[in-house]
Ligand binder design. Structure first.
Ligand SMILES: [Zn+2]
Length: 561
C-alpha cells in the first residue's frame, strides 16, 4: 500500500494534489445549496488547467482505457451547466476525503539527507599522539583530520552518524559534543552516533599518565566543537535524497593478528606470566606460526546517498580493519580512512567543494583483533603512505564495483534506539594487585616484565575505581539495513555473530562509538589470553561481549518490527 501511494504521489506531486483538493473543495462549495442561494458571484472558481485535466485523467487512472477516459472527461464537461464547474464524482470524492491523510503522509514520507566534513586538524602544535606505548609528539599534519557527519531524515526520524579521525574518544567528551549538537540542531543526543576511526596518528583525546601522553586542552575543545559543528552543518545541508546500500567482498586486507604459536614464540606478559595461549602480532620467523586464533570479516559494507538528480551526497563505508599505518613520525594523519574518503569522491565524480560537497566516510567495523599484516606471506616494508593508498584504493574500487547494483529508494523506514547497559568492571586478583604495587614502586623498568609499569598503573586504577560502567549501545535501521554500535575495540567474532543473528537483511557494526572501554574479546578469546585480554587493555567483565551482542540483537528485533 505504501508503495502504491508513493508511486501516485511521485507522479502527481503534492502541489498537484493540493491544487486538485482546492479546486474540488471550491466546486463542492459551489454546488451546495448555500452557494446556489448566494448566487453565481460567490462561485467564481478557476478553471482546471488543461495539463492538470490530462494528468488527472491519463496518469492518475491508467487502468481506465483512453476511449473511456475521453468519454469520462467529455461527459463531465457536457453534463455541467457551468463550464467552470466540474462535477464531483464518487471516485474524486474519495480522493478528496483521503487527501489530508495523503498529503500529510507525503510530507512525512519525504526522505532527506545532508552531510558535512569539518576540519579538526589541530590548530595549535605540538600535540601528543595516541596509539602506542610511548609519548609521541606531532608538529604538523601529513593530511587533514575531519569529523564527517551524515544526517538522515525520513519525516518520522532524524538521526546523525559522525565518524571522527581519532584513535579513541572517551564518553564524557562525546556526551558534551552531542549535547552541543542537540542544542544547535533538531536532533536529540540519543539519535546521534559518534565514533572514532581508530587512526593511530591522531592527537590524544585523553591523558594517559601511565604512558606519559597528555591531551591538549585546546585540542579537546577543538575536537568537541568540531563534532558538534559537523552535525549542525550536515543538518543544514538536508535535501531530498534517495538511499541504497551494498556490500563488497574484500578479504585481502584483513588478517587476524592473534596466533597460536610454537612454544618458543611465547612471550612474557606485563604481569610476569608466560601462560598466554595465543600471541598478538607474533614473530613471522619460519616455523613459529600455527593457526590464527580467530576469523576475519571480509565484508566492506556501504550506504550510498544521492540527491534526486543523482548527485552523490555521501557514502558511508564500514570495514573491519584496525588501521593501516606506515605514517612517518612527527605528524598527524587520518590513515586509510581519510584516503578512502578522497578516493571514493573521485571514483563517484563527486563535487568536493561548493555549497554541498560530497562526504566520503569510512567507519571502523569490528577490528579489535584484525590488522593489515599478512603473516604467512610477509611483504617488504613500503614507503610511507604507499600501503594506506593501496588499501584505500582497493576499498574504493570494491565499493564502485557494487555501487551500480544498488537499488536506490526514495523512502525507507528509519529508526534508531539507544540503550545504556551497566557492566561490571574487571578487578585485579590479590596476586595481580600485589605485583602491580611492587612494579609501580620499582625505581625503573629494569628487570621488570615488558610494559609492567603501565599495566601496574591500570590494575591499581581498576582496583580503586568504580565497580561498574554504564555504556551506550545504539541500533539503527535504514530500510533492510541494520547498523549497531559498540564503544570498544571489538573482536571480529562479535560483529560476525551480530551479522548472522540480525533480523535485518544486512547488518554491520561501528566500533569505538559513543565512548571507549578498551578491547572487547569474547569469553573464548579471554581464555586464550594475549595482549587484548590483559587487565588494562580490557576493562569490561569477561562475558561483556555476550551481554552487548544480545542487547543489540534485541534492539534490532524491536526496530525490525
Ligand atoms: Zn588499536
Amino acid at each position: 500500500m505504501r508503495g502504491v501511494r508513493r508511486t501516485m504521489l511521485g507522479e502527481l506531486g503534492i502541489q498537484d494534489l493540493m491544487q486538485q483538493a482546492a479546486i474540488y473543495a471550491q466546486t463542492a462549495l459551489c454546488k451546495s445549496k448555500w452557494a446556489r442561494l448566494a448566487g453565481p458571484k460567490r462561485c467564481a472558481i478557476r478553471p482546471i488547467p488543461p495539463f492538470f485535466a490530462r494528468r488527472a485523467g491519463e496518469k492518475r487512472f491508467p487502468h481506465i482505457g483512453l476511449r473511456k477516459r475521453r468519454r469520462w472527461l467529455s461527459s463531465s464537461q457536457s453534463s455541467n451547466p457551468n463550464p467552470h464547474m466540474k462535477p464531483i464524482r464518487p471516485l474524486l470524492c474519495l480522493l478528496l476525503l483521503s487527501l489530508p491523510a495523503l498529503t500529510s503522509q507525503a510530507a512525512e514520507k519525504a526522505f532527506r539527507a545532508g552531510a558535512s566534513a569539518v576540519d579538526i586538524t589541530p590548530a595549535k602544535w605540538p600535540v601528543s599522539l595516541v596509539g602506542s606505548f610511548s609519548d609521541r609528539q606531532a608538529t604538523k599534519a601529513w593530511d587533514p583530520l575531519h569529523a564527517r557527519a551524515l544526517v538522515l531524515d525520513n519525516g518520522e526520524t532524524r538521526l546523525a552518524i559522525v565518524v571522527v579521525d581519532n584513535c579513541l574518544i572517551k564518553r564524557p567528551l562525546l556526551d558534551e559534543a552531542k549535547r552541543r549538537a542537540a542544542q544547535r540542531a533538531s536532533i536529540p543526543a540519543d539519535r546521534i552516533l559518534v565514533s572514532a576511526t581508530h587512526t593511530h596518528s591522531a592527537p590524544a583525546s585523553k591523558t594517559w599518565s601511565a604512558i606519559g601522553t597528555k591531551a591538549s586542552p585546546e585540542y579537546l575543545e577543538q575536537l568537541t566543537e568540531g563534532i558538534a559543528d559537523s552535525v549542525k552543518r550536515a543538518e543544514a545541508n538536508l535535501e531530498p535524497a534517495r538511499i541504497g546500500f551494498g556490500a563488497a567482498y574484500l578479504p585481502q586486507h584483513v588478517f587476524n593478528r592473534r596466533w597460536h604459536v610454537a612454544p618458543k614464540a611465547k612471550r612474557m606478559n606485563p604481569f610476569g606470566r608466560t601462560d598466554d595461549i595465543v600471541v598478538m602480532n607474533p614473530s613471522r620467523s619460519k616455523g613459529l606460526l600455527r593457526i590464527p586464533a580467530g576469523p576475519t570479516d571480509p565484508d566492506l559494507s556501504f550506504v550510498s546517498v544521492q540527491a534526486k538528480d543523482g548527485r552523490p551526497i555521501a557514502l558511508l563505508a564500514n570495514y573491519s580493519l584496525h588501521y593501516v599505518g606506515g605514517v612517518p613520525a612527527g605528524g598527524v594523519s587520518a590513515d586509510y580512512f581519510g584516503e578512502f574518503a578522497r578516493q571514493i569522491a573521485r571514483r563517484l565524480n563527486a563535487p568536493i567543494d561548493g555549497r554541498k560537497p560530497f562526504v566520503g566516510i569510512m567507519s571502523n567495523g569490528t577490528s579489535g583483533d584484525i590488522n593489515n599484516i599478512n603473516f604467512f606471506d610477509p611483504k617488504p616494508r613500503k614507503d610511507p603512505f604507499v600501503q594506506i593508498k593501496n588499501v584505500a584504493s582497493d576499498c574504493a574500487d570494491a565499493v564502485i564495483r557494487q555501487h551500480e547494483f544498488i537499488e536506490f529508494k526514495d523512502w525507507v523506514p528509519l529508526k534508531m534506539q539507544q540503550r545504556e547497559l551497566t557492566l561490571k568492571l574487571r578487578k585485579p586478583t590479590p596476586d595481580v594487585l600485589a605485583n602491580a604495587r611492587k612494579f609501580q614502586a620499582a625505581p625503573s623498568d629494569k628487570g621488570l616484565p615488558p610494559r609492567a609499569k603501565a599495566y601496574a598503573d591500570w590494575a591499581i586504577r581498576l582496583h580503586e575505581g568504580p565497580a561498574t560502567e554504564d555504556i551506550i549501545l545504539q541500533a539503527i535501521r535504514i530500510g533492510d539495513l541494520g547498523i549497531t554500535s559498540i564503544p570498544c575495540e571489538t573482536f571480529v567474532e562479535i560483529g560476525l555473530d551480530i551479522k548472522a543473528r540480525s533480523p535485518l537483511h544486512h547488518t554491520f557494526t561501528i566500533e569505538l562509538a559513543n565512548g571507549h572501554y578498551g578491547y572487547l574479546p569474547t569469553p573464548r578469546q579471554h581464555r586464550l589470553g594475549g595482549y587484548e585480554t590483559w587487565l588494562g587493555s580490557c576493562t569490561l567483565e569477561i562475558n561483556a561481549s555476550e551481554k552487548i551482542a544480545d542487547t543489540l540483537l534485541a534492539m534490532l528485533a524491536d526496530l525490525a518490527k
